[in-house]
Design a protein around this ligand. Sequence first.
Ligand code: SF4
Length: 433
Amino acid sequence: MGRLTTRAETRQVICGGVAIGGGAPVAIQSMTNTFTEDAAATAAQARALYDAGADIVRIAVPSMEAARAIPEIRARLEAGGGRDDAGAQCGALDFDASQDLRRVRRGATERLAAASQSSASASLSETPCSASRLRRSTRSPGSDSQGTDRRTALVADIHFDYKLAIAAIEAGADKVRINPGNIGGAERVKAVVDAAGAAGVPIRIGVNGGSLEDDLKGLHDVGRPAEALAESALRNIDLVRGMGFDALVVSIKSSDVMVNTEAHKLLAAATDVPLHIGITEAGYGSAGLAKSAVGIGALLAMGIGDTIRVSLTGDPVQEVAAARDILRAVNLLPGGITLVSCPTCGRCRVDLAALCEEVSAALAEAERGRIRAAAPITVALMGCAVNGPGEASGADFGVACGADGGVFFEKGARGESVPLDKIVETILAALEK
Ligand code: SF4
């Protein structure tokens, strides 16, 4: 299996205990599409995203009411995240903003200390474990000592109003995303930077073609959009760094895959700021998936990208699944298990699609329980005994199917014949060895 060993060297920032850049695993992000003001619905969707494998969840903050919902969203996530399970506890809390501000300011130092601890333990857990590639972690990422998932990294997405960014930071956001080009000038950017510095949270500078500086609009309009985007990002990085703030992530998304790719190549060559990558407004269904896979995958294959967001119309949980699939495809999903299967043809005598669905669900479950840094594993399901054995024996584990079952292969060695209804458990048993 091809391994990517060269990643663009970037600095590392910590967002709610999640490391971005500096050699950390590529972090998966998604964004809620609930009304943020509805803390219960937003927390429930955020929890669904974490459960699906997101490391970081972004929420839109278009109003002060949305900013004021952040403490309740976090409280609900910390209590379990659901609409119902945390309701009683949240109901007992006083979400008065001024109280929250004091609490959040106190919590900033603690968050940074926890983040650096988390970073240190992540390094330790990255040590390869050849004796047991599938040994279950006693403490999966973001879990507490009982193994309960407690991921709560929340990013506030702000447009236009710098006061919303400050309010979100003071309400406990772990990072804010702003576009300096639409926030209203350097003084307002400085106010956000000062608030982030005081709270110890990073800022993502998000640049897009719609808010370029006037001189760069010209560059954009004469057919050099990639240069315009990269240059705008570099100017904004310089602006914020010039204010003495360096905990930055930058993004320059385009909906055009080729422009996006070129812009990121230019930017990655010019800065060590970690990059948040994605194809903006990728679209709907398989078209959006393909566009995202090509655009994000191409960058990752070049070693570019520290955190990814797949942007799809619909339930954001599908974005997380797609992000995991993209990372898995380029061998960047720690602990990833890749399922290889043939397209089937007239030689196939089993319902391979149904078998794949069953195995895929079981592997997803196994994948979630694995040590993040374990080496990738490939499982092959092949539809016949003609080409099947060759492919199946090339995977870590594989099955070449016949009419009633299949021949099992492990590390290239032919094993026993397995009846159809035992294929899933045979694969899982081999993975658990
Ligand atoms: S592995 Fe067999 S069933 Fe699958 S496509 Fe190849 S020849 Fe056809």
